[in-house]
Ligand binder design. Structure first.
Ligand SMILES: Nc1ncnc2c1ncn2[C@@H]1O[C@H](COP(=O)(O)OP(=O)(O)OP(=O)(O)O)[C@@H](O)[C@H]1O
Length: 284
């Protein structure tokens, strides 16, 4: 079935000193418009590689990505990105940081309209009173709010989030999760988020996509998360099936852990049999 966003037979091979390394292989995922999917998997399995291919910031070596009937070919304003660190221009104000992208994407509308659009999203993330504050004078949580406002202000068709709350304390993290969900309810942007946090994935997502270990990582399992929207944290946590879902996700990760351990031991034994000293080969 075709989706609003389609990732088909997506693959990434890097050229490395020891030859081609297939990091992601045959990754298939269709998303409905307005859907929120989280990508979960072990560190280094290839989550960011998938996200960066969808963003158009990492060359696709196999398959492709279609967003709203348009096969992507590099980055574009139809896809907004929020990284773990917001990467703002520290000498510019919150408003100027948001306007940087808005001015580029909407050169045909008036200056006032661009200003109003930026101010609108900055107030939605709770920075209505900090429009003229320099980014360097904002806390980390506030800077991440600017990053979120900046992404939404471009009115993207798809939002890509790479551990957007990873550097925040738990209170700010929960607050920003809720703000993000609120804006998404209004704007209905199709969203893909990388996270390492099972509870975050359950709270935010319509589906959780579990990736297998690399190399040749792919979709290992997909879980539909049925909690009602708008989501209220206490209701989600008290849902009779919450801990069943949590357990399913954790079991998948534990199973991948077990496979990785076996893989590492087999690799180590093979190297030993070939007489390769691993410390020498790392330093070589
Ligand atoms: N430019 C590159 N050249 C070669 N290998 C790379 C390159 N970039 C990433 N890799 C490898 O690809 C694999 C997947 O990396 P990626 O960052 O996508 O994983 P991840 O699942 O997002 O990790 P994490 O959860 O730790 O952020 C890793 O083994 C990494 O070393």
């Amino acid at each position: 079935m075709a989706g609003y966003v389609e990732m088909f037979r997506l693959g990434k091979t890097y050229d490395t000193l020891s030859g081609p390394a297939v990091i992601v292989e045959d990754f298939n995922l269709n998303m409905k418009q307005g859907e929120y999917a989280s990508l979960l998997g072990h560190s280094g399995c290839g989550k960011s590689t998938v996200l960066m291919m969808v963003a158009g910031l990492c060359e696709i070596t196999d398959g492709g990505v279609v967003v709203a009937n348009h096969e992507i070919d590099g980055p574009g304003p139809d896809r907004g990105i929020v990284f773990q660190s917001p990467c703002l221009m520290p000498w510019m104000t919150a408003m100027e940081n948001v306007l940087l992208g808005v001015d580029q994407v909407y050169p045909h509308v008036t200056k006032k309209q661009r200003h109003d659009l930026s101010a609108y999203y900055l107030s939605l993330v709770g920075l209505g009173n900090q429009l003229r504050t320099r980014a360097s004078d904002l806390s980390q949580g506030m800077q991440q709010r600017v990053g979120i406002a900046r992404a939404f202000a471009l009115k993207p068709k798809m939002l890509l989030l790479d551990e957007p709350f990873g550097m925040l304390d738990s209170l700010t993290r929960m607050e920003l999760q809720e703000i993000l969900l609120e804006i998404l309810m209004r704007d209905k942007v199709t969203t893909m988020m990388i996270t390492h946090d099972v509870d975050e994935a359950l709270f935010m997502s319509d589906r959780v996509v579990m990736m297998t270990n690399g190399p040749c990582a792919t979709v290992g399992a997909i879980f539909d998360i049925p909690f009602n929207r708008p989501r209220v944290r206490t209701e989600v946590l008290e849902h009779p099936e919450y801990y069943d879902y949590r357990e399913k996700l954790l079991c998948f990760l534990a199973d991948q852990d077990h496979k990785k351990l076996k893989q590492d031991v087999a690799q180590h034994e093979a190297k030993k049999a070939e007489g390769i000293n691993e410390e020498d080969s790392v330093c070589a």
